[in-house]
Design a protein around this ligand. Sequence first.
Ligand SMILES: [Ca+2]
Length: 408
Amino acid sequence: MKIVVLMLCLHHTAASSSSSSSSSSAQECPSTQSLLNLLRQVEKMLVVHEASYQQGLRSLRMKISALHNRTGASCSKLEPPPHGRRLGRVFGVGHEVHFLCRPGFELIGSRTRVCLDSQRWSGQQPICRRFNSTGNFLASFSPAPSSSPSPSSPTPSWSSSPTSLSPPSSVRQSHCTHFLGSTRCTCDVGFTISGRDNNICTDIDECLLFPLGRLCVHRCVNTPGSFHCLCPAGYDLSGEGRGCTDVDECEKQLHDCAAEEMCVNTFGGFRCVRVECPRMINATYIKTSPMRCERNPCMLGDKACTQAPNSISFHFLSAVSNMSTPRVLFRVSAARVLGDTLRFGLAGGRGHFSVQRSGRQTGALLLVAPIEGPATLEAEVEMSELERHNLLGRYLTKVTLFVSPYGF
Ligand SMILES: [Ca+2]
């Protein structure tokens, strides 16, 4: 009853601080000093309750433990593996023990073992195997690490301070503080509290926790206490180490294209392309620029020659996999118009592409279906010039599209 009155008065005190009006019931409340004294009494009462509760809990745990011991419900004592440590000294049913390896060794087997109701330990007895500095691990388990270190792999000394040689462990001891009979345990960043007595910190696997794309655009690698992202070859890490940006091998002179070839940068790589003028029976072509061939003049009255394309241009484009569509890839424009009609059409590459007129003198090549890479697609856009339905000239544009294996 006293506490209810106290709560009401506290409420009134809070309300009256924001409002000038005071009610009669607020008048019956004790002064602020009396209120403070009352609160201190309640605090003392709660502290006593808390201590009593903690004592009860400790007593209960001891009774359970004693009961387990009396019934003999415990597992056999587990020894730490050679070159390793064991965390946990209680082998009763339901208890956990954890294993760590010393720096320079990796743990193979169960990191945590639980004493089951059947009085058997879960998992397998772990071993500590020497960490290979080249990063190549033996494919099979070995029964015990070799006792004599090979001269090529020096044995790091067992010390409590971590060395750059030793990989950080994914299980650590928690930091616990004891205060007024209660224990509070915390872990380093990237670790979560675990173990029966909250005495162990286990690494959080961020890569498992978040779907791919949330943390890393390509590959996520979990590390003790953290994670990092990896990109495929041909990309640099970007966006705070989570994204992948293509390396422009052509601009950075990282390509190995021959002198007569042209380097085309693609997402995740590059291509060496060679532009050669087509050989036709009716017409001959000459290269007028690295990417363009023009028809040699035709003999007077040679209709087959005059119907062959006047020029052929080559273009190389790069795209990522599964690009959203429809999308304009390329525009073809007539520099000058001699006839009365200009027509645009798709001469090759049907299915993925389409050609649309996008202006009086311009046609656009569109990608109409998403393409899953890696792929190389070709399209041909033909522009015809007519005068009173008579063909004045044909101009061909060959477009090659290199699609990367990834969506970036
Ligand atoms: Ca590239």
